[in-house]
Write a protein that binds this ligand. Structure first.
Ligand code: GLN
Length: 230
């Protein structure tokens, strides 16, 4: 456990691009995760500095001591809890299966035999696809960043993608993506803010206290409402 100071802020790992949770607008990062962690830091009196990276680099960076905190639309999983400790859940999510709007062949994972399915490295979606590939017989195409994957889907290079529901739904509503969701919830997941296990009790308590304050004051709901997810 270290303290943050103005010279030595807590370094916060975020995904490079994961709207509506973290994305750039006019050269600045914004989104639900960014607003939450800024508000928590302000309430709890610590300084932060954002460090964007590919999602699959975040937990290794926490382990290496390069990050103090991670907020990245990261789902709370038992596997990750071996290494990190999560805050109280702050968002309900889960995996969706999406295809091109004009795709009439794929209605569910049952229809994925011989198909190419895109997913982001290091995610619960990637684990889901690897765990079930034998049963459903698809091929997996892996990406470092979600926007690249969405583009490949629109270009027709992927038959389907597995991505968190709120992220696909938000992209569809804001970007006119020519894709549709065929399964909304392959899994139920909850996002948490992560710190390295066993070393950061005090910081985790501050994060949880900040989250609770945001919920009690209504600021949490205000932040969420700014990024309407259909
Ligand atoms: N929620 C998913 C996970 O935790 C995806 C996160 C992401 O792509 N930023 O694996």
């Amino acid at each position: 456990g270290t303290m943050s100071t103005e010279e030595q802020p807590y370094i916060v790992g975020i995904d490079t691009s994961y709207a509506p949770f973290e994305f750039q607008q006019g050269g600045e990062y914004t989104g639900i995760d960014i607003e939450l962690i800024n508000a928590i830091a302000e309430l709890q009196g610590f300084e932060i500095e954002l460090s964007p990276m590919n999602f699959d680099e975040i937990i290794p960076a926490l382990e290496a001591g390069d990050l103090d905190i991670a907020i990245a639309g990261m789902s709370i999983t038992e596997e990750r809890q071996e290494v990190v400790e999560f805050s109280e859940p702050y968002f309900d999510a889960g995996l969706a299966l999406a295809v091109a709007v004009d795709n009439a062949d794929i209605d569910s994972v049952e229809d994925l035999e011989e198909k190419i399915v895109g997913v982001k490295n290091g995610t619960t979606g990637s684990k889901f696809l690897h765990d079930n590939s034998e049963e459903f017989g698809y091929r997996i195409s892996s990406f470092d960043e979600s926007p690249t994957m969405f583009a490949e889907m629109e270009n027709g290079h992927l038959d389907a993608i597995v991505e968190d529901y709120p992220v696909v739904a938000y992209a569809m509503s804001t970007k006119d993506l020519e894709i549709k969701i065929v399964e909304e919830r392959l899994t139920d997941e909850q996002y948490g803010i992560a710190v390295l296990k066993d070393e950061n009790e005090e910081l985790l308590e501050q994060i949880n206290a900040g989250l609770q304050e945001l919920r009690d004051s209504g600021q949490y709901e205000e932040i969420l409402n700014k990024y309407y997810i259909p």
